[in-house]
Design a protein around this ligand. Structure first.
Ligand code: SF4
Length: 363
């Protein structure tokens, strides 16, 4: 901790940060308990900067600021929907922009967080995929989305967090895994593991890594097509991890898995698709979420009509598969993943400028 770079307290697990802060307090002639006091201001009762930690002596706050860093994410745009959904655009220090969506529903507030800037996987219906991949987010940039919303006035305090924003979270596992700890830890945001959902295309090494965590984090797998040929068209990642392997991995997973299935008119919403999907769900005991396509983010696809979605759901239920039809939220703002960023970036950059970056894809 001597000289050189300041330690980013938001990029390490809360327990590790507390140890570093306790040691620092003692080295500065302060009582050891000051370490826990500062640590509370990282996540549980976040402070915007050291200077705002008014329960600490002013001199100690200055010393902290010299040795440690509490980086903020810059909030550059916000949209509010008439249904209460709010969408936030944050800019990172290197100029990358990411989105976070807050969805209130009764007593629940679900935050949808981003785990990568852009995405390498290019699902055919996805605005983020069309942007291409820029980089993985660091822990402080993922957990920081939750922290920034807790710093608003009035604060947004989520009861649930879903990794369904920009990016494939299981391709950024080390940072996502640390973020899970921050979200769930008693020294962090104290959100129950069952209220935290990782949503993946079926990135198998990541599912295995998640399985090794002892907490009951939830797993959702984007299926979107019930056979390899159609799925490979919609989701190119299917050529790397085919359906059979994804379903086998879901069956091995120790907790109940949810299938996400976006309803695309005339593409994946026929009765035969429902029957094939029911077969897959029964193989691994999955719960199925049917997602009406967000009209604005359709990339040339049309949403299935409501009657078709209802008939599809009924066919699944008739085969004893549990199914829910998600309500589309934020329809009057750009709430499908990647849309707000796409709009802003289009205004700032020449067309395509964002798509030409090198793709760093873990094996
Ligand atoms: S749907 Fe998810 S995994 Fe597919 S391109 Fe979009 S962000 Fe990436």
């Amino acid at each position: 901790m001597t000289g050189g770079k300041r330690i980013n307290l938001l990029n390490i697990e809360p327990a590790e940060a507390e140890v570093a802060l306790r040691e620092f307090a003692v080295s500065e002639g302060e009582a050891a308990y000051r370490g826990a006091q500062v640590a509370r201001h990282l996540w549980a009762s976040p402070a915007p900067e050291f200077a705002a930690m008014s329960d600490l002596p002013a001199g100690f706050r200055n010393q902290l600021a010299e040795h440690f860093d509490l980086p903020r994410l810059e909030l550059t745009a916000e949209q509010a929907s008439s249904d209460g959904t709010r969408k936030f655009l944050f800019r990172m220090a290197d100029g990358q922009a990411i989105e976070t969506v807050a969805i209130p529903e009764g007593k629940r507030v679900t935050l949808c967080v981003s785990s990568q800037a852009g995405c390498a996987l290019r699902c055919a219906f996805c605005a983020t995929g069309a942007m291409g991949f820029a980089r993985n987010l660091e822990t402080f940039e993922i957990a920081g989305q939750v922290r920034e919303l807790a710093l608003l006035d009035p604060p947004i305090r989520p009861t649930n967090v879903v990794f369904m924003g920009m990016g494939e979270p299981l391709m950024n596992w080390p940072a996502v895994s640390r973020t899970l700890t921050i979200l769930n830890s008693p020294k962090g945001f104290q959100i129950g593991a069952r209220h935290i959902t990782l949503s993946t295309v079926g990135w198998l090494p990541g599912i295995e890594a998640l399985e090794k965590r002892p907490e009951q984090f939830r797993l959702a797998i984007s299926i979107h097509a019930p056979n390899d040929a159609l799925r490979a068209e919609l989701m190119p990642v299917n050529t790397k991890f085919p359906l059979d392997d994804v379903i086998a991995s879901a069956a091995r997973f120790s907790r109940r898995v949810t299938f996400e299935y976006v309803m695309l008119d005339g593409v994946n919403d026929a009765d035969a698709h429902a029957e094939a999907l029911a077969e897959l769900a029964r193989r691994c005991g999955a719960f199925v979420n049917l997602i009406p396509l967000h009209p604005g983010g359709s990339m040339g696809f049309r949403p299935s009509p409501a009657g078709r979605i209802a008939a599809f759901a009924a066919r699944l239920r008739a085969r004893r598969v549990e199914v829910a039809v998600r309500r589309s939220r934020g329809l009057d703002i750009a709430a499908a993943c990647g849309q707000l960023r796409t709009e802003r970036v289009r205004r700032r950059l020449p067309a395509g400028a964002d798509d030409d970056r090198e793709i760093h894809q873990p094996a």
